[in-house]
Ligand binder design. Structure first.
Ligand code: FA5
Length: 351
């Protein structure tokens, strides 16, 4: 037993040394701390084995175990410190991520940067809609109350404002400024700036005072769609959404439109697909419904056309707004959207 214990301590030391040499992130090193010297770590466990050692040898083995414990701990902590220093400070406290990345690439030469999953998804969406004949437009993230709400048929103090919990800005300009809660204000800007007909999509970042959970972030992304032309009907909307779903998710994912309410569309619908995590059986991510809401849609309300000077007697149109993070989550079956906002290389490098 004594000899065994002796050998086991040495083996664990070698194993720890090799693993520390290979670890290239703070998360890896944290894992090693718990694997070797945490509450249930392999060296910690050996301490209970000391009981079985004969009393004359116990001090020697105890000392060996203690030294191994201290040296593994020091080796891991030293590497944590080195990695922190290399990643962290630059010129008075600013993080220089390029230096950090360069250091990490030296440790792991195979690691090269690439586009974040949300950016990749945005590009794929843009490409899908470009192939369907849409143009790409953009709008500002800091918006006026008029573009974000009023022109969209949501007057001040209208109860529908409660649908979007808003970050208002104190910018000292006369008009109320806010961080846009959705990409729908870009519809307004496009209708003001472009000549008709319009077939456009508008991707971008949005902000809401939402508590992050498996399906929500406070900063997220949407892609808005807008079609304005003569003779546009709800079936054009349904057909566009169906074509897009099949093009993006493939033939085996079902989608459905359910009646909903948005002040800027009438009639309005919610667009849902089968939850890709549980394949419709019900799970934590879809709140046991089997369906995940991807966005809202509907026929542009005549009041919105009037706000931007388009004659609703002559033109009709549809609009939709999907969550890009939600689309990426469903496409890659990610149980928790918060993974998209964390910077864990092990997660990010998979995409
Ligand atoms: C809207 O934002 C409407 N502007 C959509 C719309 C556009 C309706 C045009 C009609 C016509 P809603 O609040 O339901 O609707 O958000 C749309 C989608 O954005 C959601 O289905 C979801 O996919 C995504 N989304 C909303 N809030 C969050 C959040 N906090 N985190 C991540 N994604 C979100």
């Amino acid at each position: 037993m004594t000899e065994n214990l002796n050998q086991m301590i040495e083996n664990i030391k070698v194993d720890a040394h090799n693993k520390v040499a290979l670890a290239d992130s703070l998360t890896d090193l944290d894992d090693l701390l718990s694997q070797f010297i945490g509450k249930k770590g392999s060296l910690t466990n050996l301490k209970t084995e000391l009981r079985n050692v004969t009393p004359d040898l116990r001090p020697t083995i105890g000392k060996q175990l203690n030294e191994a414990f201290q040296s593994v701990k020091a080796e891991i902590e030293e590497k944590i410190e080195a990695l922190r220093t290399s990643i962290n400070t630059f010129d008075g406290g600013f993080e220089d991520l390029t230096v950090g990345l360069a250091q990490i690439s030296t440790i792991n030469p195979g690691l090269v940067g690439h586009m974040h999953l949300v950016s990749q998804t945005t590009l794929i969406l843009e490409d899908t809609f470009l192939r369907m004949g849409f143009s790409i437009e953009e709008g500002p993230e800091i918006e006026t109350d008029w573009h974000n709400f009023e022109a969209l048929n949501i007057p001040p103090s209208h109860p529908a404002r409660g649908m979007w919990d808003t970050f208002y800005l104190d910018t000292q300009v006369p008009e109320t400024q806010l961080l846009r809660t959705h990409t729908s204000p870009v519809q307004i800007r496009v209708m003001q700036a472009k000549s008709l007909p319009i077939y456009s999509v508008m991707p971008g970042r949005c902000y809401r005072r939402d508590t992050p959970d498996a399906r929500h972030l406070a900063t997220f992304h949407q892609i808005e769609g807008l079609v304005v032309d003569k003779g546009i009907t709800f079936s054009h909307l349904a057909g566009t959404i169906d074509t897009f779903t099949k093009a993006y998710f493939g033939e085996d994912i079902n989608s459905r439109l359910r009646p909903a309410f948005f002040p800027f569309t009438e009639p309005s619908a919610e667009f849902e697909i089968t939850c890709t995590i549980c394949r419709g059986k019900g799970c934590r991510t879809c709140s046991n419904t089997g369906w995940i809401e991807l966005g809202g849609a509907g026929m542009v309300d005549p009041n919105v056309f009037e706000a931007v000077g388009i004659d609703p007697e002559e033109y009709s149109g549809f609009a939709f707004g999907f969550g890009i993070d939600r689309l990426a989550q469903m496409k890659h079956s990610l149980p928790d959207m918060r993974q998209l906002a964390e910077h864990d290389f092990r997660f990010l490098s998979q995409f």
